[in-house]
Write a protein that binds this ligand. Structure first.
Ligand code: AMP
Length: 223
């Protein structure tokens, strides 16, 4: 099972992605997390990517595209959940070309819809678990509020991402996401069109509901 997930930063994409990943035992390929690993490990790629990420800009395609496509080919016996990529039309086209070339199916494309203002507020409340990248914590969302100043899942230390607290950077990231001409919504539209000719299945979810109601809808639609 190979699945692609779209949603603006702050839409709960990580949480819903986790559910999909567990249901099908998929490798979670998250472009932002791969960049953060590189930055943490002090690699050359990490050094190149850091300034773009801190500003809220996209890392250039010549760095991002090969990094993600290599990971796709080498990961996931049961398939993968791709998250954070593609974010523009070039990435969408390169991804589809690579899938065709590798004879890989794209079973589902999931899009979480959320108004821009709501997404911004949610980002500012997000906290990262230092022990596990997949433990969601958010001081503004009751069901996933941290336990005091610790991760609500495992009790580890939590921190904020520097780019989560910077309104200019958030706004830039959302400019890219909500751009229907060449941004991430354009990339989503590319796959939506492929779905109309039966090449993949496209699932749209309303991101304003509670985490549990979105989960239920998602599981029902995945069948
Ligand atoms: P995320 O964790 O998905 O919010 O990604 C964090 C940052 O990594 C983004 O703001 C970008 O700077 C960079 N990044 C992640 N995915 C991509 C991508 N597909 N193309 C370019 N830059 C990316």
């Amino acid at each position: 099972m190979n699945i692609l997930i779209f949603g603006p930063n702050g839409s709960g994409k990580g949480t819903q992605g986790d559910l999909i990943k567990q249901k099908y035992n998929l490798a979670h390929i998250e472009s932002g997390a791969i960049f953060r690993e590189h930055i943490g490990g002090g690699t050359e790629l990490g050094k190149k990517a850091k300034a773009y990420i801190d500003r809220g800009d996209l890392v250039p395609d010549d760095i991002t595209i090969p990094m993600v496509l290599d990971t796709l080919k080498n990961k996931g016996e049961n398939g993968w959940l791709l998250d954070g990529f593609p974010r523009n039309m070039v990435q969408a086209e390169k991804l589809w070309d690579a899938l065709q070339k590798e004879n890989m199916r794209l079973d589902y494309v999931v899009e979480i819809l959320l108004p821009r203002e709501t997404a911004k507020n949610r980002i500012m409340g997000r906290r990262l678990c230092k022990a596990n990248n997949n433990h969601p914590n958010n001081i503004f969302i009751d069901p996933i509020k941290p336990a005091g100043d610790k991760c609500r899942v495992c009790g580890a230390e939590i921190s904020t991402r520097s780019d989560d607290q910077d309104e200019t950077a958030i706004s830039k990231r959302h400019d890219i996401y909500y751009d229907t001409v060449d941004g991430t919504l354009a990339a989503a539209g590319y796959f939506k069109k492929l779905a109309t000719s039966g090449k993949t299945k496209y699932i749209e979810l309303n991101g304003e509901g509670s985490i549990d109601s979105i989960k239920e809808t998602l599981l029902a639609k995945l069948g």
